[in-house]
Design a protein around this ligand. Structure first.
Ligand code: 13P
Length: 480
């Protein structure tokens, strides 16, 4: 085929083509040959040069296979061909690259997940105050000590995200938290964004702050023992026009720039594009549509910034309908969540750590388990990076009292274990520590109320009460 093209077809094509006008013009005005002679001479020259070229190519191809000629990379040639890139400089020149990939794999390993304990001082304060504990630096330190020293936590937790203040804190006995975590085989992580800023001219949409000085902060965090980072972008969704194009692009760009800086400084970036669970009756399909779009644009920006996907962790939302819509079944949540991830996240990303958002503790575990059933051979580990779903009951149990310390640690480890089992698809429904540990009278109350609610909603359908009333009765129980 190749020989046919070069030896037979090429000269034939040349013969069929007319002589170039420029040559014709030059010959008629300046040469003294008669026109017929000139044409013949030109034709002869063309045939000769075509044959010469064809034989040259054929001879070369006898020594070098054609596919090698076509795919050859002029690695050491000079001039404009010398810059053909096979790998980004950001990947090739990063001294941390192997360490980053290994840490990402370790954090995303099967059967474990992340404890998100990186709430700002203000948010931690609100949660402490809700259980009657004053928001002081010492109380925040105690609370984190309770979490990190829980015996056996490392069996189910691979990484713990900390806030700036916490990364430098120690136990009451003077042991740095980073060492406590290392002893539990838990990798310390650090939240590096500095919070949300309203975007002017939008319907309350936000841009995440913290790029200024980020490189220097990452260097200091690495020195202190952190090996991964977190940056949270929040996108509001409704059933009309949120999120705006402006908010998606702003947040995707910032996530990519942050991820590139984190990798440059040895921290595995958690990329968190949270399509946040908010008020409204928008459908689960709407969240799926928006999340797929957001994730895809984020991945595109990561590529533009040469972020190496094998060395990131993704922290998205599960796909849920708005808070005022009827609660979706775990099968529906898993179906849409898997669909979105398949469509938007490349398999090079080692693991996807879902946030618990507004889900209840048990709901978060059951949904996580269902994801494994929906996609058992997923290329990424589908796991968790839960904050409230691991901390709510723990904090309530502790309530700042020394005598509750051990009970609170017990419930934390049980919650982590339940989610670890769910990650492996081994959680037994009905055994969630959330329900199991509740005092008997609360369980009875729940049972009675649940029955009443079901009765009310059945009657509501019969008498055709307004949809709004039904939604109210099914409102999602939120993790506080
Ligand atoms: P929740 O699991 O409470 O949503 O928190 C996870 C988190 O870190 C959000 O950024």
């Amino acid at each position: 085929m190749y020989i046919y093209v070069t030896i037979i077809r090429l000269p034939l094509i040349t013969l069929q083509r007319p002589i170039r006008p420029s040559l014709r013009c030059l010959t008629t005005s300046q040469f003294t040959f008669p026109t017929a002679k000139k044409l013949k001479l030109c034709q002869a020259m063309k045939i000769f040069s075509s044959l010469l070229l064809a034989s040259l190519v054929t001879t070369c191809s006898a020594f070098v296979p054609l596919n090698q000629v076509l795919n050859a990379t002029p690695i050491k040639t000079r001039g404009r061909f010398a810059a053909l890139k096979m790998v980004s400089r950001a990947e090739k020149e990063n001294p941390y690259m192997e360490e980053l990939k290994a840490n990402a794999r370790k954090i995303g390993g099967r059967g474990r997940g992340i404890l998100a304990s990186d709430e700002s001082n203000a948010t931690t304060g609100k949660r402490l105050e809700a259980v009657g504990v004053e928001n002081t630096e010492e109380n925040r330190r105690k609370w984190r000590e309770l979490l990190y020293t829980a015996p056996g936590l490392g069996q189910y937790i691979s990484g713990a995200i900390m806030f700036d203040e916490t990364l430098y804190q120690k136990t009451a006995e003077g042991k740095p938290f980073v060492d406590v975590l290392a002893e539990q085989n838990i990798i310390p992580g650090i939240k590096v964004d500095t919070g949300l800023q309203n975007m002017f001219g939008t319907d309350g949409e936000t841009a995440t702050q913290g790029l200024d000085g980020l490189g220097d902060r990452c260097k200091a965090y690495y020195k202190q023992g952190a090996r991964f980072a977190k940056w949270r972008a929040v996108l509001k969704v409704d059933d009309r026009d949120l999120p705006s194009e402006k908010a998606i692009w702003e947040n995707a760009h910032a996530l990519a720039r942050y991820a590139a800086i984190a990798q440059e400084n040895g921290l595995v970036p958690i990329v968190e594009p949270e399509v946040t669970l908010g008020p409204g009756a928008y459908s689960i399909e709407r969240t799926a549509f928006i999340s797929e779009r957001v994730n895809s644009i984020v991945m595109n920006w990561l590529n533009r910034y040469d972020v190496v996907l094998d060395a990131i962790l993704l922290k998205p939302n599960m796909i849920l309908p708005g808070l005022d819509a009827p609660i979706a079944s775990k099968e529906e949540v898993a179906k849409y969540t898997v669909q979105v991830m398949k469509r938007s996240i490349p398999p090079a990303v080692p693991s996807i750590h879902f946030l618990s958002g507004g889900m209840g503790e048990e709901e978060a575990t059951l949904n996580l388990q269902q994801l494994q059933k929906e996609y058992p051979d997923a290329p990424w580990s589908l796991t968790f990076s839960y904050g409230r779903a691991l901390q709510s009951s723990t904090l309530k149990t502790w309530s700042g009292k020394q005598e509750n310390w051990k009970a609170a640690q017990d419930i934390l480890v049980k919650l982590a274990q339940a989610n670890s089992q769910a990650q492996l698809g081994q959680f037994v429904e009905g055994t969630h520590p959330d329900g199991k540990n509740a005092p008997v009278f609360i369980s009875i109350l729940r049972f009675v109320l649940g029955g009443c609610m079901r009765l009310i909603s059945r009657q509501a359908v019969e008498v055709d009460v307004s949809i709004a009333q039904r939604k109210k009765s099914q409102k999602r129980p939120r993790c506080k």
